[in-house]
Design a protein around this ligand. Structure first.
Ligand SMILES: Cc1cc2nc3c(=O)[nH]c(=O)nc-3n(C[C@H](O)[C@H](O)[C@H](O)COP(=O)(O)O)c2cc1C
Length: 184
C-alpha cells in the first residue's frame, strides 16, 4: 500500500480547507493510505514523513512567501536533507492567499526548490488553466492558471477558499496518488 502525507500549516484556517481537499483527493484513490498532518503536530510524525511515498506540502502565503511556521519545518528537515533521506520520494505543493495572485507563485517555487534539495520528484498541478467565457469564476478549477501546484484564494470575510479552488486542490491529491501508484 502506498502512503501519501499531506503536510500543511494554516494560521487562520483557510489553508486548512485546501489541505483537507488535497487529502480527500488522495483518499479517494484506491490502493493508497492518506495522512493529513499539521506542521504544529510534526514532532510525533517525522517517522511518517520518512516512510511516505509522497509528501504534499502546503502553506498560506504571508508577505509573498511561505508562512514562517512552515519555514521552521523546512529548516528542521535539514537533518533529513543531510542524509538525503527523502530522495526519490514524490512531492507536490499548494498555497492559499487573500489576493488572486498574492505572490503565491513565489511560495510554490520555494516548495519546488525545497523538494529538489531533498532529491524529491516534483509533481506539477497538471490541470489546464481556466479558459471558459468567464475566466476566473469562483467555481472553476485552476481559475488562476497555475502550473507548479494548486493555488487558492480566500476572501477576508470567508472561512475557506472558493469551491473551484477546493476542487483544484482535490484533483491535485488525486493526481499525486495516481502517479505514486504508477511509480510503485
Ligand atoms: C502576516 C500575513 C501576511 C500576509 N501576506 C499576504 C500576501 O503576501 N499576499 C496575499 O495575497 N495575502 C497575504 N495574507 C493573507 C493570507 O494569505 C490569507 O488571509 C490566507 O487566507 C490565510 O490563510 P490561513 O487562514 O490558512 O492562515 C497575509 C496574511 C498574514 C497574516
Amino acid at each position: 500500500m502506498s502512503n501519501i502525507v499531506t503536510l500543511y500549516h494554516s494560521g487562520y484556517g483557510h489553508t486548512q480547507h485546501q489541505a483537507e481537499a488535497v487529502h480527500e483527493g488522495v483518499r479517494s484513490v484506491k490502493g493508497v493510505t492518506a495522512q493529513l498532518i499539521k506542521v504544529e503536530d510534526l514532532e510525533s510524525h517525522w517517522d511518517d514523513l520518512d516512510k511516505a511515498d509522497a509528501i504534499i506540502f502546503g502553506a498560506p502565503t504571508y508577505m509573498g512567501s511561505l508562512s514562517a511556521k512552515f519555514k521552521e519545518f523546512m529548516e528542521a528537515s535539514s537533518k533529513r536533507w543531510y542524509e538525503q533521506k527523502w530522495k526519490d520520494k514524490y512531492a507536490a505543493g499548494f498555497s492559499n492567499s487573500q489576493s488572486l495572485s498574492g505572490d503565491k507563485l513565489n511560495s510554490l517555487v520555494q516548495l519546488t526548490i525545497f523538494a529538489a534539495q531533498h532529491g524529491m520528484i516534483w509533481i506539477s498541478l497538471g490541470q489546464m488553466p481556466d479558459a471558459s467565457n468567464s475566466i476566473g469564476a469562483k467555481d472553476h478549477t485552476n481559475r488562476v492558471g497555475s502550473y507548479l501546484g494548486a493555488m487558492a484564494q480566500s476572501d477576508p470575510d470567508s472561512k475557506a477558499p472558493s469551491g473551484g479552488d477546493l476542487e483544484t486542490a482535490r484533483l491535485l491529491g488525486v493526481r499525486v496518488a495516481e502517479i505514486v501508484l504508477k511509480g510503485n
